[in-house]
Every structure is written in C-alpha cells, then in structure tokens.
Design a binder for this molecule. Sequence first.
Ligand code: FE2
Ligand code: FE2
Length: 335
Amino acid sequence: MCGTVGLFTGCAAAAFCPVAALRRDGAATPGYRSPFAAWDRSASVRSSPRRVLASTELDLFPEDLVPVAGHPVVGRLRPELRRRLLTQQLHRYLGFTAKLEYLVVNHVVLGIAHGSIEVPVPDEMRFDALRIYTDEAYHALFSVDLGRQVTARTGIAPRGGRPFFLVRLDALKARHDPSLAGLVDLLFTIVSETLISATLTDVARSTSVEPSVAALVRDHAVDEGRHHAYFAQYLRHLWAALDAGERRFAACLFPELIDVFLRPDTADVGDELLGYGLSRDEVNEVLADTFDEQVRASYNRATAARLLGYLDDVGVFDDPRALDLAREHDLVPRA
Ligand SMILES: [Fe+2]
Ligand SMILES: [Fe+2]
C-alpha cells in the first residue's frame, strides 16, 4: 500500500498506480478522439422523451430474437403463454440492462471520472466518463420505468433472480484475490461496452415489436455507439499503463469475460418453460436444439468480432495462453 489506493484495494492498486506507471518506460501515451462532441444535443437523456407503453396488444419483444420461440415444441404453446414468453424476455432484457449499468458499469466510469482508477488518461477522457455515467444512470432509469409499466399493464411481473452474468462474474472474481475485483470489473466493462451495441441494434431494428420498446432500445443503442468508441480507445490507455504481469492476467481473462457476458441462462429459460407446462423431456429437447454449441459459438464470434480486433491490436493474443483460451471459447478458429 503506497497511499494512492482509490477504488481498488491492496496489491491491485499496482495496476492503476501512477507511481508504478512512472516505472514503465517507452510506451507512448495513446491519443484520444472524443465521440461526445454532440452529446449535449444527441444524448438520449437530453433529447428523447419518456417512452410510454402505448399498447399491450403488440408483441413486447421481437419473437425472432427470443431463441426458444422458434422451436416447434414452444410453437405449440397456447397464445397467452407465447405472449408471456415474449414479455418475460423483455423483463429479462430490462433487468439485465439496469443491473449492468448500476451494479457494474457506473462504478467503473465513476472511477475513471473521479480519478480513483488511476490509469493515466487525457482530461477530456475523464470528463467524457462523467457523460457515460449520466447516460448509464438514464438507461437504468428508463429500463426500470418500462419494466414497471409492463408489469402494471399486463400483470406479468419479472421472474426475479439475479442476471446470469452477475452470478458468473461473482464466481469468476471469487477465483481470484479479492484485491483484483476492481480490475476484473474494469475489464468486464470494456467487454460489455464494446459488445453491447450489436445486441441492441438487433432489437432496435425490429419492426414487429411494440413501438415504445423499439424506441427505448434505439435510444440505448445510439448512446452505446458512443460508449463503444470510447472504450475501444480506453483499452489502449489501460494497456499502456499495465506491466507485463498485469497484461498477462488481463489477456487471459478476456475470453472468459466475453463468455460471461454472452452466455444465455439456459437453466432459467428451462425453468420458465416448465412453468408453462412443458415436460422435462420437452424442455431438454428445446434447450439442446436451441442452444447448440456451434450456433452459440458462431454468434459469439460475430458479436465479439470488433472487440477481438481491438484486443488483437493491443497485442492481447501475442500471449500464447490468451490465444489458447480464445480458441477454447471458440472466439478464434482452433489451430
Ligand atoms: Fe447503457
Ligand atoms: Fe454504455
């Protein structure tokens, strides 16, 4: 402990410590091009109205984006159960968004804005972190707001339980020294902020969904496009500040963090289908057919393509172990 510890405690501070950074030689400070020049006019929190659920007659989530909905066994469910399935997927998405924003991302961007994450960044980049903090707080607000409207109008409440990514993120942190938890959250935030745009765009483009849902997701996607551009650059600043051991730790964690963010909670989906009256055998058939490992792997590769490019650019896959782990997670072709 050298007295510069902020958000992080113990030895993990070394990764973010300006004193340690002074010991690292040679690395040029990366530049920064702010994606937030038009933020005051274009941020959702400044320019978009509250999204109000206009109708409960239309689908509340695009059916083609609910993976199990296309399975013939699920197709035989009564119309009101199919409707419940789509509504629960919207609740799942809104709960995921709100908790991602206020339990993980906003802790990290506050650390960047406040300076307690001591990765050296340009002053403009620190200020922009405060804009992201504001955006994410609004995303949590509009997600909780719409979820409450859905429950009030349909009588269908969220199923409850913690989002799967949080359960797995906690399990991952538990395998490492507690002092590294802050660094893990920072790496996870880089992952989630550079993957999320693709996920959101799929929903925002849907023409079959209730308009306020599509509008809300579009609001989110536009903001996240700026966040994506920010964190692609932040990765370079972080990498320049890490020493060889810290880079090895981070490099080997990225493939699993991508999996933590993207892997669906099949157990929860299975429980939901059991609740609709499907037998255990039918549920197993639906899950096995829908979440086929090859389909999932190709989806993950496509969704993570840009992030994998950024990681490659800074040299993450120069580490043979990191490359092996990326292959094990089917993020790059196996040798
Ligand atoms: Fe967000
Ligand atoms: Fe974001």
